[in-house]
Write a protein that binds this ligand. Structure first.
Ligand code: SF4
Length: 233
């Protein structure tokens, strides 16, 4: 089995796994090409910069100090068996395991579920705009399949909507939350789009990015649909 390829590491965070002190590992490779990707250096599968055994040994030294390890990317399930076996090894150390995923690999998610305690799943746009945003025609259906599967596990999760005004408008946001409500999803995070690169900064205005968060009526409407909505500005 090939080694896991790790392209990044955050050694301490309080925001990537709800309520737990965590480290985040960024695995290389992603099948999508989102217009707003903040990790373009992780998209191609190739050698990661981090020696997996050194990372594992470092995680061993964190037992008792950190509560969780979050696997992110790229898409953390794209490395298949290598991802799952490394996730299992880390969980065997006693950490809770979080997974940030775009949901592209529902079958891999089914295989990984035994070793994963919580996921943050991206619901990036309405079905009609999904391909335009992510550059892949089956990504929406796969994401929905992952979402429906994860519900059956009974484990915690959060569905995340990033409001890039180029791909999500207020009506889209309502339509997405309405869909989630119909699917009995109770934890939704609505995230502000923040351009990560200078090249992207001029493509949207601050007002366009803020419009969802400044609209009290919209916020009330959405909170009425899914009471546990978190707004991340
Ligand atoms: S799913 Fe995430 S890592 Fe992959 S292209 Fe989209 S934003 Fe980038």
């Amino acid at each position: 089995m090939p080694d896991i390829q790790i392209g990044g590491l955050v050694s301490f965070t309080t925001i990537d796994y709800p309520g737990k002190l965590s480290a985040v590992l960024f695995l290389v490779g992603c099948p999508l090409r989102c217009a707003y990707c903040s990790n373009p250096h992780l998209l191609d599968v190739g050698p990661g910069e981090y020696d997996p055994e050194k990372v594992y040994n470092w995680l061993q030294s964190r037992v008792g100090k950190l509560e969780a390890v979050v696997f992110s990317g790229g898409e953390a399930l794209m490395q298949g068996d290598a991802s799952i076996s490394f996730i299992k090894r880390v969980r065997d150390l006693g950490f809770a395991i979080g997974l940030h995923t775009n949901g592209f690999y529902p079958k891999m998610l089914e295989r990984a579920a035994e070793y994963v305690d919580w996921i943050g799943l991206d619901y990036k746009a309405t079905r009609s705009k999904y391909e335009q945003l992510v550059g892949n025609s089956i990504a929406y259906d796969n994401m929905i399949q992952s979402l429906e599967f994860w519900k059956t596990t009974g484990k915690d999760f959060e569905v995340r909507i990033t409001c890039d005004p180029r791909f999500v408008d207020k009506n889209d946001l309502i339509a997405i939350v309405d869909d989630l409500s119909a699917r009995s999803i109770h934890t939704v995070a609505i995230q502000k789009y923040i351009p990560h690169f200078e090249d992207d900064a001029h493509k949207t205005t601050a007002d366009q990015r803020n419009q969802f968060f400044d609209d009290t009526e919209l916020r009330h409407k959405i909170s009425a649909m899914v009471p546990n909505t978190v707004w991340r500005e």
